[in-house]
Write a protein that binds this ligand. Structure first.
Ligand SMILES: *Cc1c(COP(=O)(O)O)cnc(C)c1O
Length: 376
């Protein structure tokens, strides 16, 4: 876990005059996002090669980061796991690096009964509240959003989405995603939560947000915490990919959320030279648990155009899970999953621990590789 000292941002010359109340205000973080090459240059020197990459790529897939997330970069180069997640790379727009991809491989738009809703599984529905994010992850599975102007949906569109959910009592859970729904002002968020909360057949409102990673000050906003407390069906799912993203501020932010009775989970994307090794994932999972965040999914990188250069070998994830088994708490082990192209759903992929099976017995392989025979 990264320990950020009091006033840590003042070490960055550009932010040395920013006082604590401003830096720790989530709205300041969003209002002061860096979105252009000129912005980045205020904080880091950008050499000619990086400048060229930026200008070529970010005009197609836009760039954006909060000052907080940027401040977690240790080395301003592709060696740094945070830099790599936010700084454009020419592989994104190189057709040779983007084979067998599409902008919407899960047919989210096509499987929408109403604009903004995707109804794939009978009991769950995906609710895309906005296409705005405070940080644009280069590996985003909704990278198609980058190609549109940023906008939150107007109320009338939300109303149509509520109407569909109301009319379909088999839906028990609404996943609010985006973009990032927690970049919405509290008032707009309350409008969504209130309406969903009032639908009796909704048991769970799952909010998928990266604000805990890129703008943890969001969870120091009393107004938001009151909403979580009041609309008591909320679960929060975050998206940490690397231990460098977990700080003492994350821990405090999660504590604030847990006090409202809201469980906090995490999903990670397995990415080439960001986190595709045993040690990094082990540390990440341990640090998540230290913050009381439960690792939920580890995803195989999706075949989304502009992101597939992050893809690892499929079996890398299985090997990493095998490494975790027995070595770290069972609580620290996520489900490794592949989201099937075409909108066929997520499939879990597990290491195989059954080596042989007959009518009488089963031979298991334990975490140490020892074979153990058990009669049925
Ligand atoms: C991932 C996803 C869900 C949720 O799946 P879980 O396995 O419950 O996490 C629901 N709807 C859509 C469209 C999804 O992509």
């Amino acid at each position: 876990m990264v320990n950020l000292e009091e006033g840590y941002w003042k070490k960055i010359p550009f932010y040395k005059n920013v006082d604590k109340t401003r830096w720790e205000d989530w709205k300041w973080q969003i209002a002061n996002r860096l979105t252009s090459l000129e912005d980045v240059r205020k904080v880091f020197p950008v050499d000619k090669a990086l400048k060229e990459v930026f200008l070529k790529t970010a005009t197609i897939y836009h760039f954006g980061t909060t000052p907080y997330y940027l401040s977690l970069i240790k080395e301003f180069s592709y060696n740094d796991p945070i830099f790599k997640q936010i700084f454009p790379h020419t592989d994104e727009i190189n057709p040779e690096k983007q084979t067998h991809t599409s902008l919407d491989p899960f047919r989210e738009e096509e499987l929408s009964p109403v604009d903004g809703l995707t109804h794939r599984y009978p009991d769950r529905v995906l609710f895309r509240a906005t296409n705005f994010c405070s940080v644009y992850c280069r590996h985003c599975m909704r990278k198609r959003n980058f190609l549109e102007p940023e906008r939150a949906r107007p109320k009338e569109e939300y109303d149509r989405m509520f109407e569909y959910i109301r009319k379909n009592p088999q839906i028990r859970e609404v996943l609010i995603s985006g973009g990032d729904p927690l970049t919405l002002p509290n008032k707009k968020l309350e409008y969504i939560l209130k309406n969903l909360y009032q639908i009796d057949h909704i048991d769970i409102i799952r909010i998928g947000s990266r604000e805990l990673v890129v703008n943890p000050y969001r969870f120091f906003d009393e107004g938001l915490l009151e909403l979580f407390d009041k609309y008591d069906k909320v679960w929060l799912v975050s998206h940490f990919n690397h231990p460098n993203e977990i700080t003492n501020i994350t821990k405090q932010a999660v504590k604030n959320v847990l006090k409202t009775g809201t469980p906090v989970l995490n999903q990670t994307v397995l990415m080439k030279s960001v986190n595709d090794d045993e040690k990094t994932i082990e540390t990440l999972m341990r640090d998540l648990l230290r913050c009381k965040i439960k690792p939920y999914y580890l995803f195989y990188c999706d075949p989304v155009e502009g992101t597939i250069h992050f893809r690892t070998d499929l079996h890398r994830g299985v090997e990493i899970l095998e490494h975790l088994r027995g070595k770290v708490s069972g609580l620290a082990t996520p489900i490794y999953a592949v989201d099937l192209e075409g909108g066929y759903g997520k499939v879990p992929v597990f290491p195989n621990y059954i080596v042989e099976e007959t009518d009488e017995y089963v031979i298991f392989r334990n975490y140490e590789g020892k074979l153990v025979k058990q009669f049925k």
